[in-house]
Design a protein around this ligand. Structure first.
Ligand code: ATP
Length: 247
């Protein structure tokens, strides 16, 4: 993490605020947040419930538009882009992993993984598909349907789908939230591998201090503001900070 959000960052948020209006009340979910994430870094975003973690991730990934401030992916500024431009940018340049794996049940593993490529009207390269399935440890499972896999395996399919376009940024929102301890560990080791061996940049929201300890650094949010960061975090250090923030 670099609070300076300099040019070497894959994604930069500069003084990003996000307000949600419901009726007469306005909630300031993010309040002038500035942060940047370097290529090849793995960062966890943590904070108490309602502190703005998902909003932060959604703004960084072009899923949500800030009320004010700037978000830049590579050298592309996201503000001012049309919905269709943002859709295309997300599809081509960002990989998404969610708590619910969001796989299509009627498609095989291989078809799920290649979906983003086919949606972009590109031809799928069988070698890349084999490589990415091998990278997530599912080389033998390409012909299966999601229902024939465990939860951890399904999440690994979702990670393969996120990687197939070789995105500049991978965002993961509670990727281990629905998994048991063993599957969680496999998914986190895979995300670590994706950063260390494939040079990907990963931004992950989590509530779990153990999950956060797999990251290079943790960024804490409280009431929509940055509330510090931690390099080479241990689960105990992360838990102590969260307690301090009122989680
Ligand atoms: N679409 C929305 N409409 C209105 N308010 C919203 C909306 N999305 C988020 N909020 C509010 O913005 C604040 C931040 O929400 P956000 O979901 O980003 O927090 P979070 O840290 O991810 O929470 P959690 O850990 O509970 O998932 C909260 O007060 C939430 O109620």
């Amino acid at each position: 993490m670099s609070v300076m959000a300099d040019q070497s960052c894959v994604v930069r948020l500069e003084s990003v605020s996000k307000e949600y209006r419901t009726g007469r009340t306005t909630v300031r979910a993010l309040d002038a947040v500035t942060a940047g994430f370097r290529r090849g870094s793995f960062t966890a975003v943590m904070g108490p419930s309602g502190s703005g973690k998902s909003t932060f991730l959604h703004c960084a990934a072009g899923l949500d538009r800030p009320t004010s401030g700037r978000v830049t992916l590579g050298d592309t500024e996201l503000s001012g882009r049309s919905e269709s431009e943002l859709t295309e940018l997300r599809r081509d340049r960002i990989g998404f992993v969610f708590q619910a794996y969001n796989l299509l049940p009627s498609l095989t593993v291989e078809e799920n993984v290649t979906l983003p490529v086919r949606l972009a009207d590109h031809r799928t390269d069988p070698v890349s598909v084999r490589e990415v399935l091998a990278a997530v440890g599912l080389a033998e499972h390409g012909r299966r349907r999601p229902s024939e896999l465990s939860g951890g395996q399904q999440q690994r399919v979702a990670i393969a789908r996120a990687l197939i376009t070789r995105p500049e940024l991978v965002v993961a929102d509670e990727p281990t939230g629905a998994l048991d301890t063993r599957s969680s560990r496999q998914v986190l080791e895979l995300l670590r591998h994706v950063v260390d061996e494939l040079g990907q940049t990963v931004l992950m929201v989590t509530h779990d201090p153990v999950a956060a300890s797999y990251a290079d650094s943790v960024v804490f949010l409280a009431d929509g503001r940055l509330a510090g960061d931690l390099s080479r975090p241990t689960p105990d250090q992360v838990a102590a900070r969260l307690t301090h923030l009122g989680e």
